[in-house]
Design a protein around this ligand. Structure first.
Ligand code: NI
Length: 273
């Protein structure tokens, strides 16, 4: 059912504008497919999710992240906050804020930035956050050959592995756009989103906070840790969601058992099964 993420093809026409905007998210006015539509996870209906109240966190091969028990998102309210296009100069401050709320997040890294800030990537992993591949330099994967796209993703994987000793567990294609043939060939799941804060566009802390209020249980929320206005919004977002009993988990924890080559716009939530 990989064609269920229909908006992918819509982005192609807006790619030039997006490239000029230099951001990690589609323009919502040209991207009507997802903003008002919850994209269900394409889990094929076979993946078991949380049969117990608690399940171990998935940190394969990690020697640095502290062990923790992740909440069962099929039983309690969870949200996956995601931060794209870093790491950058504001990321260390964001890590402190997340730690203050015992919040785990997922970072979709640009290879060029990993090479510039390897210690920050180490700090993300040490704090228990998940790492995803967001390509080497944020080029549109639908505008290059599949082999070129695979080389780009591998170069980024290698940079991340060099920094933290392990490969990223997810891919998030720039603009959410990925050719179907490349999607099927991936060895990891594809993390999309269902709440776009538009932080990259507004660069406005209050608007970012307001847009995050679209969060529902199971949401994957898109933000960018390269903008100071976003970092300033995160404490309020965490406070507001915590007051609504949300647990802040990684994308893999939210989905439960994501499958390679499948795109996920949101994860599991109470009552879904
Ligand atoms: Ni991006």
């Amino acid at each position: 059912m990989t064609s269920r993420f229909a908006p992918v093809h819509l982005v192609i026409g807006t790619a030039l504008v997006l490239a000029l905007a230099g951001c990690g998210a589609p323009l919502s006015e040209n991207w009507s497919g997802y903003k008002h539509t919850v994209v269900p996870p394409e889990d094929g209906g076979s993946a078991p999710v949380g049969s117990a109240n608690l399940q171990p966190s998935q940190e394969p091969g990690s020697g640095t992240a502290p062990a923790r028990v992740a909440p069962d998102c099929s039983a309690v309210k969870c949200v996956a906050l995601t931060f794209d296009d870093g790491p950058g100069i504001y990321t260390p401050e964001l890590l402190k804020i997340l730690d203050d709320y015992d919040a785990k997040a997922t970072f979709f890294l640009i290879g060029e930035n990993v090479a510039k800030h390897p210690q920050t990537v180490k700090d993300e992993v040490a704090a228990g956050h998940e790492i995803g591949n967001h390509t080497w330099s944020h080029k549109d994967l639908t505008k290059m050959s599949v082999s070129a796209a695979q080389r780009d993703l591998k170069k980024t994987d290698d940079a991340i592995e060099k920094a933290i000793g392990e490969k990223p567990t997810l891919v998030r294609p720039p603009f959410g756009a990925i050719p179907p043939s490349l999607k099927k060939a991936l060895a990891v799941p594809i993390a999309l989103w269902n709440v776009d804060t538009l932080d990259w566009k507004t660069r406005d802390t209050k608007k970012t906070i307001n847009n995050a209020e679209q969060t529902t249980p199971g949401s994957i929320v898109l933000m960018h840790d390269i903008h100071e206005s976003t970092i300033k919004a995160v404490p309020s977002i965490l406070k507001d969601l915590k007051a609504q009993d949300y647990h802040f988990v990684t994308v893999t924890e939210l989905i439960g058992h994501p499958n390679p080559g499948i795109g996920y716009g949101m994860g599991q939530y109470p009552g879904k099964k």
